[in-house]
Design a binder for this molecule. Structure first.
Ligand code: ADP
Ligand code: LRH
Length: 523
């Protein structure tokens, strides 16, 4: 019995991967079929994604999986949030989608905020205002190129765009749209007032569907070209962070762990006292049955190019304190809410490594982690950075920017490569700890432990520093969280896994590493 074979196509901001999942005996095993780099491409001073190349890489992965394993049941694409492509009347892409780090929104952000101040954006959408959000990008695009009002027919966020290229079916999947700043806080309908105030055409928003919607078969021409058979294309939890969170093996579901306390009884969040009522004009897909009637008392940190630090809650948290502290609400698989903060994560290290590589001194991820780990901390010059300082948000000479940040903030400048890396990692751990304290205060839920997932947890020093800075146990795993969550949600759409069983299957499918706080390291 080979079980069910399916593909997760997980596109992160720094790399993409095609992962084969096999579901058998209540467990998913995962094999990497194809991995490729990803990142911003500069064209005429603007940053874009190379969508054509990414599609070619996806096709290569599908063909390789089909050649090795024969017909597959389904696939789903998940990606980073907020970015989109615009389709014309014929369903063709109007231009290469911009990268969220592109600076074209800067000229229009103040115009947008005059019409719709950040506090109102938060109340109406649950999203923290940010110039990277779809709403800022779309507003800027329509201001700069008014002709798009007639030529653009549909806006597809990145995973929806790839699922469309593969299936021919255009939808707006809720988890990815929950990053846009264009939906109501429950992500069940467009935020009508936002669209009205900014004069954005509602017709650009395709049909909203929940995570786990079967779209149809792979286009016949692609079936032939790739030799894959008629596999189903599924809109999964297509925001990579939503997929990552769906994969978390909270210990209450882990049969190897006797301590069920990280999954506590679901309860209303006390901070929701001033929840605004949902848009009465809301019409849209029903929210699917919950993952489980319980909410975790563990926080999550999804650790990749970005660090997403949050807690799952029953409802969006829309109080002023949540907004003031920089939190956002996004929707999770099964109708949960992800209350989280977007922290500029390992991007700081990625850009630093890119600079060193350009200077002819490359350092692999593993070497970087080892170098910082071997440092004699007592003699080192370590600076504390605010990872979300705008100085760090665009591509550039990161070591130089770190130096100017230190001068600006009156700190000694880390000199060696080990000191620079260690400063980045300790700063990330410090910002995770601050964020978790804020989450506890906002929700009234004590965080007992922290689940870290994503590629960044291969950096063991970062996991240990997080345990040290928070004073809490860290459970790290899985590394390929988005791919595993993607596969689990597909399995629910295929009817092979009950949505309420997803966590249990996740717990059976992945191994984890535990880190205990060693207080001598606490900042
Ligand atoms: P994204 O999905 O945003 O592209 P990933 O989840 O793939 O990001 O995580 C990428 C990050 O993980 C890298 O920037 C790097 O810092 C870290 N990483 C990857 N492999 C290793 C490794 N072997 N050792 C230490 N860190 C690693
Ligand atoms: C992480 C992520 C994050 C944000 C950012 C733009 O990959 O999806 O949740 O949305 O990308």
């Amino acid at each position: 019995n080979q079980g069910i074979r399916l593909l997760a196509i997980d596109l992160g901001a720094s790399s993409g991967r095609v992962m084969l999942g096999s579901y058998r005996d209540g467990k998913v095993t995962v094999e990497e079929i194809h991995r490729f780099p990803n990142g911003p491409v500069e064209v005429n001073g603007h940053l874009h994604w190379d969508v054509q190349r990414l599609l070619e890489e996806i096709k290569q992965g599908i063909a390789a999986a089909a050649a090795k394993y024969g017909p597959l049941r389904s696939l789903s694409v998940d990606t980073w949030g907020v970015d989109y492509g615009l389709l014309d009347e014929q369903g063709g892409l109007l231009y290469a989608p911009h990268h969220y780090r592109d600076q074209r929104t800067a000229d229009f952000a103040s115009v947008l905020e005059a019409a719709l101040p950040p506090a109102e954006q938060f109340k109406l959408t649950g999203n923290q205002s940010s110039p990277i959000n779809t709403v800022y990008q779309l507003f800027a695009d329509l201001m700069a190129k008014p002709e798009l009002r007639t030529t653009a027919r549909q806006l597809l966020l990145m995973p929806d765009l790839f699922n469309y290229m593969l299936s021919g079916v255009a939808v707006a999947e809720q988890t990815i749209w929950s990053t846009s700043g264009l939906l109501n806080p429950q992500s069940t309908a467009p935020a009508a007032e936002v669209l009205r105030r900014l004069e954005l055409p509602v017709t650009l928003v395709p049909r909203l569907v929940p995570a786990g919607t079967v779209l149809g078969e792979l286009r016949p021409a692609l079936q032939e070209e790739l030799g894959s058979g008629p596999l189903q294309i599924i809109a999964g939890a297509s925001h990579d962070t939503a997929s990552a969170v769906a994969s978390i093996p909270y210990c209450g579901f882990d049969s190897n762990c006797a301590d069920a306390s990280c999954v506590g009884p679901g309860s209303a969040d006390p901070s929701n006292a001033d929840l605004s009522s949902p848009d009465p004009s809301s019409a849209g897909p029903d929210r699917p049955a919950g993952l489980s009637p319980t909410l975790p008392s563990a926080a999550f940190i999804s650790c990749g190019t970005w660090s997403l630090v949050g807690l799952e809650t029953a409802e969006p948290v829309l109080c002023d304190a949540a907004r003031a502290r920089g939190f956002t609400n996004e929707s999770g698989f099964g109708g949960t809410n992800r209350l989280l903060k977007n922290i500029t994560g390992l991007w700081l290290l990625q850009e630093t490594q890119r600079c060193w590589a350009e200077a002819g001194e490359p350092l692999s991820h593993q070497e970087a982690a080892e170098l910082a780990g071997q440092l004699d901390r007592s003699k080192a010059c370590i600076a504390m950075l605010d990872p979300n300082d705008p100085l760090f948000s665009t591509p550039g000479d990161m070591p130089l920017r770190i130096e100017s940040y230190c001068i600006r903030t009156g700190q000694p400048v880390p000199q060696t490569r080990a000191e620079i890396i260690r400063s980045i990692l300790e700063s990330l751990a410090r910002s995770y700890a601050d964020t978790i304290r804020e989450l506890e205060a906002l929700t009234g839920r004590p965080v007992r432990r922290i689940h870290m997932v994503g590629g960044g947890i291969q950096n063991k020093l970062l996991c240990q520093l997080t345990a040290d800075a928070t004073g809490k146990e860290v459970i790290a795993g899985p590394v390929e969280a988005s791919a595993i969550g993607n596969l689990l949600v597909q399995l629910t759409a295929l009817g092979a896994v009950d949505p309420a069983e997803v966590r249990r299957v996740a717990a059976r499918s992945c191994s984890t590493l535990r880190y205990q706080p060693s207080f001598s390291h606490q900042n």
